[in-house]
Ligand binder design. Structure first.
Ligand SMILES: Nc1ncnc2c1ncn2[C@@H]1O[C@H](COP(=O)(O)OP(=O)(O)OP(=O)(O)O)[C@@H](O)[C@H]1O
Ligand SMILES: [Mg+2]
Length: 392
């Protein structure tokens, strides 16, 4: 058993690309830590540095108590599972799983016991004599996991191991990989660009953007208390609605926020939860509301305290409706907001479509005017200058 600790780990490629920038991360004993972020944000680079396949430009990497920056990959006691797992086509499942043991000259009886045990954990006992060509995609992926398991490493590294599988199988394998990981209790660093995968699998999730760690916490905390606009927009599907608004009345105890021509109440509870908001009196803030926290207002209401717009598109999913609507509020794209300086200073704000997630029996169609009530303690507030969450 071991832990993995990255301290200010930085990777600058010879061409000058800074792929990972001062990354601090600790994977606890037995923990499944997911590293998530958009394409090119440095996930694979970070993982390869832990594996020893890529030099560390700056900072320290510890496995257990040992600083391993200069230790060769084979001495690091890790096993890696990649997206493209090349199984040996001419070998049986058992031979594929046991290949590393054979290289290590593990005695036959011992190797065979380990293979059997791994096969049992992975549900492969019935197919040990088959060749990879006679397996389903999910079974092949499990064989790849089996090869890592029999090595009994102190750390697992996985780089998008499920991305070659079809959607249904991927969902099933997520649960299986988590279960196997828990059974073995081995510290695991798991890379994916899929935030749903990250949320469903991770004990904790580290969100990376442009080589920089944005937030590392439990899935629920990332969802409830995103540290900045980027995390707010990245975690959750459909994404959080983000608008620019102006805060008024914070000093009078009846705070409101203007989103375009709509004025929403910021309740006492919300003010109390974000005391720092009073600094933004009369100023712009970024307001975030998740689609599930918008509820269609009854038609009799007088229009005050609501978010009004026009229905553009209704997606009926059976269990719920996704109502896409336009408003005159100014949209913020989380993708842009986090690192575009122009966005930070508020020069760019585009019209956009907002989304509400409502019950399946709500009667709406494209072109209809629509109004939403907003639970004010479900509002998120961000500083437009930094993109950071406004809290204390
Ligand atoms: N060998 C290399 N030399 C120079 N730049 C590289 C090299 N490998 C990767 N990069 C760059 O480093 C950055 C991070 O790449 P990396 O592969 O770590 O991203 P990633 O998060 O794994 O992306 P993806 O989700 O697409 O797999 C990218 O800008 C990439 O172009
Ligand atoms: Mg990658």
């Amino acid at each position: 058993m071991a832990t993995v600790k990255l301290e200010q780990v930085t990777k600058i490629y010879p061409n000058g690309t800074k792929a990972v920038d001062g990354l601090n991360l600790e994977v606890g004993e037995g923990e499944l830590m997911v590293l998530v972020g958009p394409s090119g944000c440095g996930k694979t680079t970070a993982l390869r540095m832990v594996a020893g396949l890529e030099d560390i430009s700056d900072g320290s990497l510890y496995i257990g108590q040992k600083r391993v920056n200069d230790m060769s990959p084979k001495d690091r006691d890790i096993a890696m599972v990649f997206q493209s797992y090349a199984l040996y086509p001419h070998m049986t499942v058992a031979e594929n799983i046991g290949f590393a043991l054979k290289l290590r000259k593990t005695p036959k009886a011992e190797a065979s016991a380990k293979i059997d045990q791994a096969a049992k954990i992975l549900g492969l006992s019935e197919v040990l004599d088959r060749k990879p060509g006679q397996l389903s995609g999910g079974q092949r992926q499990r064989v790849a996991m089996g090869r890592a398991i029999v090595r009994e490493p102190s750390v697992f590294l996985m780089d998008e191991p499920l991305s070659n599988l079809d959607a249904k199988l991927r969902v099933q394998m997520r649960a299986e990989v988590s279960k196997v990981q828990r059974t073995l209790g081995v510290a695991t660093l798991y890379v994916t660009h899929d935030q749903v995968e990250a949320m469903t699998m991770g004990d904790r999730v580290a969100v990376l953007r442009g080589g920089v760690l944005q937030q590392c916490d439990t899935p629920q905390t990332l969802y409830d208390r995103p540290a900045n606009v980027f995390v707010a927009g990245f975690i959750g599907s459909p994404a959080m609605n983000l608008w620019r608004g102006v805060l008024e009345g914070a000093s009078t105890g009846a705070a409101t926020v203007d989103l375009g021509s709509c004025r929403l109440d910021v309740g006492d509870a919300a003010m109390a939860a974000h005391p720092e908001l009073s600094r933004f009196e009369g100023a712009e803030v970024i307001v975030g509301i998740r689609p599930e926290h918008l509820s269609v207002a009854p038609p009799s209401s007088d229009g005050g305290g609501e978010l009004r717009g026009r229905v553009e598109l209704v997606e009926a999913l059976g269990s719920e409706l996704m109502v896409h609507f336009s408003t005159d509020a100014r949209h913020v794209k989380a993708e842009d907001a986090a690192d575009d300086p122009a966005m930070r200073t508020g020069e760019v704000a585009t019209a956009g479509i907002s989304v509400a997630r409502v019950g399946p029996r709500v009667d709406v169609k494209p072109g209809d005017p629509i109004a939403f009530e907003v639970e004010s303690d479900m509002m998120h507030f961000f500083d437009p200058a930094t993109g950071g969450a406004i809290r204390q």
